[in-house]
Design a protein around this ligand. Structure first.
Ligand code: NAI
Ligand code: MG
Length: 395
């Protein structure tokens, strides 16, 4: 087998802290790979006017495998203000480099496992009817369509006359026809049949491979009749080849309620881009939150693995660092699975499970205490101590 080269993109903020921790774990589990650094994020927007430089795209195109930390994005009015002076009047428009990367390489299948680890104080618990509490294990894997939907990027404030003319062909546009363009903001929710089929097929394949009993399409077809409707229609067709798996359908709003009542009932979930973003964060909140939320962005050729948290700027300068590296480490384990190294991936997840259940080493978020410079005094582990404990548990 060819020795893989992993393109490492730490990005901004705590991305630069947690990514090197994951590399230590990959080394410790004996993953035989080369690593090559690539630039991404706010720094490169400020300096070069491009948060996803062409050289980074070239590296991904060549090596086809990436580990990504996190990036900082800022509101529209701050993007140009922070550009270096010589770039400011060039009309550059900021676009999230991670969204761009997903679209450029068609990383259309986003997998976000949300599994509880025994002994995690952050796990979902509920009262039992007869008194006391129970902690049902959550084992949900969200498949989020990653390139289209409301995040396809087709959006306007002050749309052109051509756009307005096209919209005017729709009867529902009539109440908006007299709104001045500068007072009009809009975003297109675009689904293609092909992308619906791909995310659904990936989800059903995964459910069968890993023994999940249900696939739930979580959309809103009663209102979003065309887009969600297309996802549902394709789900019913694909389900014909997966009669061993139940096909369920929930509306995103109802799903947000149900998952806080009976999260253990769900297995694989499939959603479009925005709803997948929302429902995966919600399930992640039941299994430990952002410190545990890992993901893979998978295309036909390229795959990039990343924690779902952001750059957490308020913790960047703390020394020692206190952020939880587990989400990044679990993302690296997903990369191992993707590369056919499932045994090593299982070892990493087992080591995380051991550390969580031993409960001797907990980062501040796992202790339900505020993060800050005194977290360690209150018994919280540092980022590095957490990594060390996981490596020790690897044996
Ligand atoms: P965030 O995920 O950075 O932080 C949310 C909260 O979770 C904060 O309290 C943070 O301190 C905490 N947190 C995050 N990761 C943690 C970890 N590993 N261990 C312990 N605590 C952790 O999201 P926020 O604050 O909304 O955004 C900060 C920046 O990150 C923004 O510029 C945003 O645009 C960007 N962002 C980037 C993402 C990405 O790179 N994929 C995803 C989400 C936000
Ligand atoms: Mg998100």
């Amino acid at each position: 087998m060819i020795r893989p080269t992993v393109v490492t993109m730490p990005g901004d903020g705590i991305g630069e802290i947690v990514l090197p921790e994951a590399l230590k774990v990959l080394d410790a589990v004996g993953y035989d790979a080369d690593y090559i650094h690539a630039d991404i994020g706010w720094e490169f927007w400020k300096r070069e006017g491009n948060p996803l430089p062409e050289r980074t795209i070239d590296l991904l195109r060549e090596h086809k495998l990436g580990l990504f930390g996190a990036i900082t994005s800022k509101p529209k009015n701050e993007t140009v203000a922070e550009l270096s002076p010589e770039l400011r009047d060039k009309g550059l428009v900021y676009f999230s480099p991670i969204v761009a990367m997903r679209q450029l390489f068609n990383l259309d299948v986003c997998i976000r496992p949300c599994r509880s680890f025994k002994g995690n104080l952050l796990n979902f618990v509920r009262q039992k009817a007869g008194g006391g509490f129970e902690e049902p294990p959550v084992d949900v894997v969200v498949f989020r369509q990653n390139t289209e939907g409301l995040y396809c990027g087709i959006q306007w404030t002050n749309p052109s006359i051509e756009v307005r003319r096209a919209l005017a062909s729709h009867p529902k546009y009539q109440p908006f026809a007299s709104v001045p363009s500068e007072d009009l903001a809009m975003a297109i929710r675009l689904f293609t049949r092909n992308a619906c089929q791909r995310i659904l097929l990936s989800a059903f394949d995964y459910a069968r491979k890993y023994g999940y009993k249900s696939v739930t399409v979580c959309e809103k077809p009663n209102v979003l009749r065309e887009t969600s409707g297309m996802m549902e229609e394709e789900a019913r067709k694909i389900h014909e080849d997966f009669s061993d798996i139940q096909l369920w359908s929930t509306n995103i709003d109802a799903q947000m309620m149900w998952l806080t009542k009976n999260p253990e009932d769900y297995g694989v979930i499939v959603s479009g881009n925005l709803f997948g973003d929302i429902v995966s964060d919600a399930f992640a909140g039941l299994v430990g939150g952002l410190g545990f939320a890992c993901s893979g962005n998978i295309g036909d050729e390229v795959a990039v693995f990343e924690p779902t948290h952001g750059s957490a700027p308020k913790y960047v300068d703390l020394d020692p660092s206190i952020v939880n590296p587990i989400a990044m480490i679990l993302s690296a384990a997903m990369m191992l699975d993707h590369m056919g190294e499932s045994e090593k991936a299982t070892l990493v997840r087992k080591a995380v499970a051991t550390v969580v259940s031993d409960a001797r080493v907990r980062t501040y978020d796992m202790m339900r205490i505020p993060g800050g410079s005194n977290s360690v005094e209150h018994g919280a582990a540092t980022t590095q101590q957490m990594t060390d404990a996981i490596i020790e548990a690897l044996g």
